[in-house]
Design a protein around this ligand. Structure first.
Ligand code: NAD
Length: 435
């Protein structure tokens, strides 16, 4: 008891004496409250000190965040599910519910808008990566939002997210457009091609094979699979075993992977080999886009030339024609035939060229841009570097014509006119520009 008193009488705090000397006995509980508050401050202060001393640099924080954002995208909950369902809701008779991967991309935005317009349910998925200016992807997202298409932000490698999406919506079709595009960037970041074009494709197919009913899948391959093939025009029957870039190799690998999932699991799969797609809301890494930007800025533009002064030409295909081809591929896709991961009978497996059948020399593209922009380009003729670009592309589209009713109608002059009009309105007469 005396010891108790002793401990009690030791001031644990300089203020304690003052409090105890107070004539107002009722203030004793108040005194212990002050004590508690003070200790809490000391404790919180210590936590802060510890936190700041051990906190990582801002770059570490952002890299951790980006890693984390891939692992756990924020999704789920009744509000989110309601939004997903509303976006994917079918509004026309015999309409589809389509999961569009890469929906914030160039082709994905146009395809999503077209599907929505005709009454299909559409849900987008995109990781909004910064391969090119993400603000352009955000602007496309805002555009789609106005038409009622919601884009879930997430990575196609996030299998938990993909499964969740299929839990919420029984998608009839998947339009798989998410990919690491671009040929030259593979020299800089090869693993991004493996991540999105190989691992990502496998994740999408794994989930599609395991859900019931399985959706039909239409996905973007590329004309680049023709690689060093010199027989023109490129036909689906031509060899595709000589890719000239890692990008092309991953697309070719995708075609083989598609074969496997079709063969084992009965997934209905259609690969579309797009030929140099261009148009409004396009990709800033593509020549027609950055030529426009550089011509307006007065910067010189490289015009590549093959050995022996050979012309470099592309089968430029206008976006609206590509969209029609994508929709026709969805419309003619048969149902997948598997369930529980096993196929019950052979399923459809197709590959089509979607091009324009009229290759145009890149120097002609520049002349058209000069006329439309009313600015003379500073041309710098250079040797075609050996970093993945091929000398020419030329599509034979007779198979797509026969089986999809595909018939491109926009020539380069008309299509570029629409692109330039969009470019000038989006970037404000060329004063602002893509990054
Ligand atoms: N545009 C062309 O000329 C062309 C030619 C041949 C093939 N393709 C193919 O067509 C498809 C669409 O091309 P695009 O021109 O619209 O390209 P894009 O880069 O504009 O669109 C691709 C979209 O996919 C997203 N994405 C990439 N990796 C992802 C991942 N791991 N998870 C989720 N989202 C991811 C990107 O953020 C981007 O918005 C691609 O598969 C591309 O390889 C395009």
């Amino acid at each position: 008891m005396s010891q108790m008193k002793h401990i009690d009488s030791i001031p644990s705090h300089p203020w304690k004496f003052k409090m105890e000397k107070s004539p107002y006995h009722r203030q004793r509980p108040y005194s212990s409250l002050v004590k508690l508050t003070l200790w809490s401050f000391v404790f919180i202060g210590l936590i802060f000190m510890f936190f700041f001393r051990s906190s990582p640099s801002s770059s570490q924080v952002s890299s951790n965040l980006s890693r984390r954002s891939f692992r756990t995208s924020s999704y789920g909950g009744p509000v989110w599910e309601k939004r997903v369902k509303a976006s994917a809701k079918i509004r026309s008779r015999n309409g589809f519910s389509v999961l569009v991967t890469g929906a914030a991309g160039f082709v994905g935005t146009h395809v999503s808008a077209a599907l929505k317009r005709r009454g299909d349910g559409v849900l987008g998925l995109d990781n909004f990566n910064d391969y090119y200016d993400p603000s352009l992807k955000r602007a496309r997202q805002a555009l789609l939002e106005r038409t009622g298409v919601y884009i879930v932000e997430g990575d196609i490698n996030d299998v938990t997210l993909l499964k969740k999406l299929f839990d919420v919506v029984a998608f009839t079709h998947v339009m798989h457009l998410a990919a690491q595009a671009g040929v030259r960037y593979a020299m800089e970041n090869p693993s991004s091609y493996v991540h999105s074009n190989i691992a990502g494709l496998v994740s999408v197919l794994e989930v599609c094979k395991s859900v019931n009913p399985q959706p039909a899948i239409v996905w973007a391959s590329s004309s680049s699979v023709y690689g060093l093939n010199t027989k023109v025009p490129f036909s689906e029957r031509d060899r595709t075993d000589q890719p000239a870039s890692l990008y092309a190799a991953t697309k070719k690998a995708g075609e083989e992977i598609a074969h496997t999932y079709n063969h084992i699991h009965g997934l209905s799969l259609t690969g579309l080999r797009f030929f140099t797609v261009y148009g409004p809301w396009g990709r800033p890494d593509m020549a027609y886009f950055f030529f426009t930007q550089d011509i307006l800025r007065g910067k010189s533009i490289p015009i590549f030339e093959a050995s022996n002064h050979g012309t470099v030409a592309r089968d430029f295909t206008y976006i609206d024609d590509i969209v029609k081809g994508c929709l026709a591929a969805l419309d003619t896709a048969e149902k997948s035939t598997g369930s529980g991961g096993k196929k019950s009978r052979p399923a459809q497996l197709r590959v089509y060229n979607l091009g324009n059948t009229s290759p145009v020399p890149v120097s002609d593209l520049v002349s058209i841009l000069e006329r439309l922009l009313k600015v003379k380009a500073k041309r710098l003729v250079m040797k075609l570097p050996r970093n993945g670009d091929v000398q020419f592309t030329h599509a034979n589209i007779s198979l797509a014509q026969r089986e999809l009713g595909y018939k491109p109608t926009t020539d380069l002059q008309t299509g570029l006119k629409k692109f330039v009009r969009w470019y000038l309105s989006y970037y404000g007469n060329g004063k602002k520009s893509a990054q």
